[in-house]
Design a protein around this ligand. Sequence first.
Ligand SMILES: [Zn+2]
Length: 344
Amino acid sequence: MNRTALIADRRYLDHFAGRVHPERPERVVAMIEMAERLQRPDLKLYAPRAASLAELELCHRDDYIAAIAHTATLERANFDPDTHTSAATFATATLAAGGVLTAVEAVLAGEAHNAFAIVRPPGHHALANRAMGFCFFNNVAIAAAALIANHGLRRVLILDWDVHHGNGTQELFYASPQVLYMSLHQYPFYPGTGLFEEVGAGAGAGYTVNVPMPASFGDDEYLRAFDSLLMPIARQFKPEFVLISSGFDCHFRDPLGGMRVTEHGFLAMARRMKRLAAESCGGRLVAALEGGYDLRALADSGREVIEELGRADDEPIAPAENGVRVIPVIERAQYFHDEFWRFS
Ligand SMILES: [Zn+2]
């Protein structure tokens, strides 16, 4: 059995993006109420701390942080057609970044084997100097940067299974060989990035792996991409810490995404990442909520992932044998990564 830290806080309800906005406070309520029903004695609840200015500056420009901080004096500000602040947004976003840091610190300290951070607003679209796609501060990227800058780690893996490409995370580490960013996402789709040929630049060439997939792919296709593409690369990378940008908007119920992943698919993906973490870094893994806009899909998927994090690391993994539709996608990704990684 693993001991799992759960970061949750009703202060994550405070950010208000607008009436009839999919990224709404009820998302966190659904996740917290699900967690309360788990009755897992090994689940250790943590209140998040806020990220410091210095931590935000690991990924964001100081003038951009000041611009978001300024919105605390405004009833509302619009950063793009979908990304709006309320007076509580800066505090909530700072607490979201800090929530992932709280999770990372609990795992680094050995208080928990792994952790799940129920945070909002999400982060993976946030750029160094720009809010977009419901995101203000890049929560997972800040955690990765802190692991490297403040904790001395050299190799951090970010696996992003949100239905959208994490353009912010990709751009922040595009030239870095210390962060391996791997994303499975619907394509073509918002935000329009995440093509096969985006593999990183300079010393970071090979350390960005994109798996753009047409709508309607589900568990079989995702798991086959893990087994044939993502797991071989991740094993060669040997991460010292595993972070998951855990958006649940590739679930078949999601109103924004067009994918067909089920809660069982999330369980199977989490099991693979947990196995990887066990092999390469003593199981150190933190998953953080990104998107996911159907409340039942959030609760069902979150439950399966959090339950899986608590299980032993040697649970059997059935290799993915179906999902042949994804084979051309895998082959194309392998083609662009052939000079960086081995596939056998
Ligand atoms: Zn998303």
